[in-house]
Design a protein around this ligand. Sequence first.
Ligand code: UFG
Length: 326
Amino acid sequence: MKLVVTGGAGYVGSVCAAVLIEAGHDVVVIDDFSTGNRDAVPEGAMLVEGNIVDVIDGVLAEGGIDGVLHFAARSLVGESVGEPAMYWHDNLVVSLVLLDAMRRHGVTSLVFSSTAATYGEPEEVPIVETAPTRPTNPYGATKLAIDDAISSYCTAYGLGATSLRYFNVAGAYGEHGENHPTETHLIPLVLQVAMGYREKIMIFGDDWPTKDGTCVRDYIHIRDLADAHVLALEANQPGEHRIFNLGSGDGYTVREVIETCREVTGHPIPAEVAPRRAGDPAVLIASSARIQQELGWNPTRTELTRIVTDAWHFTRDLGERSHGAR
Ligand code: UFG
């Protein structure tokens, strides 16, 4: 298939683009490099540099596009609280422009990066797709609004779409990994301590109602996540919007993550308890039963040690490359 991948220079988008190319698809990456990295665009992809709003018509007008995978987005929960206008525009408005361009050009298949943040504080874990959606921050609210728009476009205009609600994506695939200009995620931050870039890791609260008092999250390997996108694309049906959670189904505390990073890196990784971070739910664990049953998704890299090891190799190699470039 010939596919458009928006945000193909970002962490998740670049890995998915690489996996799609490996699977034999032709990939056109659209990215404006506002948060993505130029060297993350996978080899073999055609690159269109620019904002989706400016370039999407030109790309789709060339014809022959079978589907779109839409990753480009603002995705920092904390930032979304302080800068909601940027999130509503860059996430919702830009997605609507994309949906309308797809409609105009007769492109009827979409895979969308949604998030566990659409659910907010869960009433029950593991979280199933029928759980109430009550986002607790603008980031989650924008993604939920896009999911709603997609549903109505599917019903009214015959779009075939899948929204994948990611839990805590981590790990790396080959030379593609997490390399954000502003890093807020736990595993890359802990590995930065092991690299000597940071003195210590701050644990946001140790008085949560969990087994060791720190928050529990469901970490999913980026490569398993990418496989789900390929399956979703192949299963899209005109007029249908499917929504699937994507996690490993296992929860690990912040302390367990730090301990695993110590084992993998051999570094003592000093840690210090800090106050709770606003907006953090105590426990987020996915039920991915629906996508396993309906699409046959079978994650194979669910061990935290495997996820951290792949992330560590990427972080170390990146450190060596940037050191060599100096
Ligand atoms: N944490 C720390 N110290 C840090 C960074 C994080 O203790 O320096 C803790 C957080 O408090 C949280 C856990 O580690 O309990 C994981 O935090 P991340 O920032 O890595 O990830 P989040 O769970 O906050 O958010 C991620 C995605 C969101 C998505 C959410 C839904 O980044 O986009 O999962 O599951 F919405």
